[in-house]
Structure formats: structure tokens, C-alpha cells
Design a protein around this ligand. Structure first.
Ligand code: PMT
Length: 403
């Protein structure tokens, strides 16, 4: 999922030949999951039609202070549009518009909205090479950057004049990638690596049967999505589940048994900043896993079990600067048991969920948790969706990693 998903983008189109490319730009923003509204300068309408951009953005395109269809009797509210936007992007930004932005001139609807907008502003210049090089243009770039606006540099290539040089507006794909990269850097877990274990483990009895549990992986997969959306590089190590990778950029390692999960988690752990163990790991496995299907013979059958490695305890032992979070799924003496695991496994905090709480634990889309911290403090949360629970847990991690 793109960082632009769910964001409101105000696209300002000015009068350069590159305006025709804004049709693609609007499509890419919509594909990334953003809502788009377009403002055009009156002259920009010569280069691309408002009909094209309103059809693609599924919103009315505004280019003047009054609504023409109401014979100019109704006002277009630039302040409202400026406040609506999460991000404003001016592309193409002509030399003329850049100069007005730098000088604070409010002689058209786009400029009035630019001056009213409180959100981050990006601008993608487009002009001929000598205009791009001109000292006054360079001064305007520097001034706008000093205002906190973000420049998406033009590229070199053939220009509308027939000359070749710097001044071509960045391609729509590159504009979107530039903005996404820029926004990712502002996310709270940017540059952090997060390891998450999820799902059950299956411990083979024979080629057909196994010891497992009811974990669906939902809690762990929501945690992975939330960590990814907070800007982290995520490695998700999951036992058997039908769930798909929640985000393209997440590295998903699928395992079967506790020992496989142990191998993968202990290998990844030295490289990560944060680890969250939400997997329901089988504590025991059959001592012998039969090569062939075990035949039904006697009235009873005995299985000898041996202990599996405790993955989280091993991470707790290896822990250096990492922030380590565990889960405790309890059915009795919940807090006491969870507090014991918090200490024994050397965790920063533990997320307690109890099967005594309706809607908590395995399989459901909801969970109810209490977080217990090392200093003995606790925080209760209401019954929420696992997506919201994941956001709550990530929030505590972000607070601790900034402390
Ligand atoms: O997958 P879902 O259907 O969404 O369900 C989510 C969940 C109920 C599985 C999840 O919220 C949860 O509680 N996960 C931990 C379940 C569990 O095994 O708890 P535990 O109390 O037995 O283990 C304590 C901690 O040690 C856990 O972080 C566990 O991952 C870890 N552990 C346990 C045993 C072991 N051999 N290795 C481990 O790493």
C-alpha cells in the first residue's frame, strides 16, 4: 500500500505543455489510493481540458473564484480547499507561477489556494532550459524551498522549444515515487527494521497429522501492516496460514514448525531494531515424526513429546539495543503469568490477551489487550478490531523508541 493511500491531494496545474501529463499523474494518485482535486490556472485549460481531469479525478475542476454554471453568483472557497488537502502538488509549475508563489501574488484561484494551504507543498518545475537556469528562477526555487516547499527537480531532455536541456517536468511515475519517498522519511519508524512472528506452528506426527493450534495469523499480519505503514522495513515470519502478504514491501518468510520459526527468527534478529512475537508457538513436538502414515492398530496410542525451543526467550537472551515485545495468551491468573513471561523473556513490554474475554484471542477480527511494562505499569484497552489493536501496540513501540 502506498503512503498516499487515503490522502487528499490538491493538484495545481499551470500553463505549460507538460500539463498534458497531469492526466497520467491524476491516474497514478488515484491508483495509489489518494483522493484528488484539481485546480487549473485559466491558461492551463489550453493545454489539457478540465473535463479530462475531472473525469479522472472524479471531482469538479476549479479554475476561478466563481462558479461559471451559476453565472458567477456562487463563490469557490479557496480557504476550504487549502484546508481540505493533506498535500498540495503544483505540476507543472511554470516560471511565472513559481515567481508568483515566491512573491506571494494572489491573482488567480490557484495562487489564493496556495497561500491559504497549511499542508506540505510540492512543486515540479517545467520550462525551457534558459528559463530554468535564469538567476531569478533559481532565486525563486531557493525562496520556495526556504518556505518549506519541496522541489521535484526537472530533468534533462528534449523540450517543447525543440532545444535539449534541463527543464522537462519529471515524469508522472517519478513525481509519485519522489513524493512517496519523501513522505516515508517523515514516518515514525522510517529506517527501522521490524521482525514479527505470526500464526501457529505445526509439529508433524507423521506425513498427514500434526500438533497445532487455532491461531489464524490475523493479529501478526495486522501488526506487520501497521509497522510497514509506520515506515518500517518489515520481516514477517509466519507459521501456516491462508493469509496473503498484507503489503508488497513486507518480506514474508513462511515456516511450518517451531524449530523452523526459531531458525528464521534468530537469524534475522541481530539485524532488526524491533521484534514482536505474536506467534502461537507449539511448546512441544512429537519426539519422533514418523516417515509413513501411522496405522490404526491398538485402542490407545502414546505420543512422546519433547520441548521446542522458546524463540522469544532466545531473542531476549540475544537482545542488545532491540526493543522486544511479546504476547501472552492466558486462561487463568492472567496478569501474574504475563508478568512472569515479561521478566523471564527479558521483554520491554508484553501484550496480554485472555481467552476469558469475549472477542479476544484466536481467529476473530477483534482482540482485547492489556499491555504490561517492565516498570510494573499497565495499560488496558477496549475490545477493538485487530487492525486497531495493532495500531495501539505500534503506538506504544513508537513512544518507547523515541524515549
Ligand atoms: O493469530 P490470531 O488468530 O489472530 O490470534 C492471535 C493470538 C491469540 C495467537 C495472539 O494474540 C497471541 O496471543 N499470541 C501469543 C500466543 C502464545 O503462544 O502465547 P504464550 O503465552 O504461549 O507465549 C508467550 C510468548 O512467547 C509469545 O510471544 C509467543 O510468541 C512466545 N513463544 C512461546 C513459545 C515458544 N516456544 N516460543 C515463543 O516465541
Amino acid at each position: 500500500m502506498s503512503v498516499l493511500s487515503g490522502k487528499k491531494i490538491l493538484l495545481g496545474v499551470t500553463a505549460g505543455i507538460a500539463a498534458y501529463k497531469t492526466a497520467f499523474l491524476v491516474r497514478l494518485f488515484i491508483k495509489a489510493g489518494a483522493q484528488v482535486k484539481v485546480i487549473m490556472t485559466p491558461a492551463a485549460k489550453e493545454f489539457v481540458t478540465p473535463l479530462t481531469l475531472s473525469t479522472l479525478s472524479k471531482n469538479e475542476v476549479v479554475s476561478s473564484f466563481t462558479k461559471e454554471e451559476d453565472h458567477g453568483n456562487q463563490w469557490n472557497n479557496h480557504v476550504e480547499l487549502g484546508l481540505w488537502a493533506d498535500y498540495m502538488i503544483i505540476a507543472p509549475a511554470t516560471a511565472n507561477t513559481l515567481s508568483k508563489m515566491a512573491g506571494g501574488h494572489s491573482d488567480n484561484f490557484l495562487m489564493a489556494t496556495y497561500l491559504s494551504a497549511k499542508c506540505p507543498v510540492f512543486f515540479a518545475p517545467a520550462m525551457d532550459l534558459d528559463m530554468y537556469k535564469h538567476p531569478s528562477t533559481k532565486e525563486n526555487f531557493a525562496k520556495l524551498i526556504s518556505f518549506g516547499n519541496v522541489m521535484i527537480p526537472a530533468t534533462s531532455g528534449e523540450l517543447a522549444s525543440g532545444l535539449t536541456g534541463e527543464g522537462r517536468m519529471a515524469e508522472p511515475e517519478d513525481i509519485v515515487a519522489f513524493i512517496e519517498d519523501h513522505l516515508i522519511k517523515d514516518l515514525p519508524l522510517y529506517n527501522k527494521k521490524v521482525l514479527i512472528t505470526a500464526g501457529p506452528t505445526y509439529e508433524a506426527i507423521d506425513p498427514v497429522r500434526f500438533i497445532g493450534n487455532h491461531s489464524s495469523g490475523k493479529m501478526g499480519f495486522e501488526l506487520a501492516a501497521a509497522a510497514h505503514d509506520a515506515g518500517a522495513d518489515v520481516i514477517l515470519i509466519s507459521g501456516p496460514t491462508h493469509l496473503e502478504k498484507p503489503r508488497e514491501r513486507i518480506k514474508l518468510v513462511r515456516v511450518q514448525s517451531a524449530r523452523e520459526m526459531f531458525e528464521a527468527a534468530t537469524k534475522a534478529f541481530p539485524e532488526v531494531d524491533i521484534a514482536i512475537a505474536s506467534a502461537a508457538v507449539s511448546d512441544y513436538r512429537p519426539k519422533i515424526s514418523a516417515d509413513q502414515k501411522i496405522k490404526k492398530t491398538g485402542e490407545t496410542m502414546q505420543l512422546e513429546l519433547v520441548k521446542n525451543p522458546d524463540i522469544l526467550a532466545a531473542l531476549g537472551e540475544a537482545k542488545k539495543d532491540q526493543l522486544l515485545v511479546g504476547f501472552a495468551l492466558e486462561t487463568e491468573n492472567e496478569e501474574e503469568n504475563a508478568a512472569g513471561k515479561l521478566k523471564r523473556k527479558n521483554l520491554d513490554f508484553i501484550v496480554l490477551n485472555s481467552l476469558n474475554d469475549k472477542g479476544a484471542g484466536f481467529k476473530s477480527n477483534t482482540n482485547k489487550i492489556k499491555i504490561l511494562f517492565r516498570n510494573g505499569a499497565g495499560k488496558n484497552f477496549d475490545l477493538k478490531t485487530k487492525k486497531e489493536v495493532a495500531a495501539d501496540i505500534l503506538n506504544e513501540i513508537i513512544i518507547l523508541s523515541n524515549a
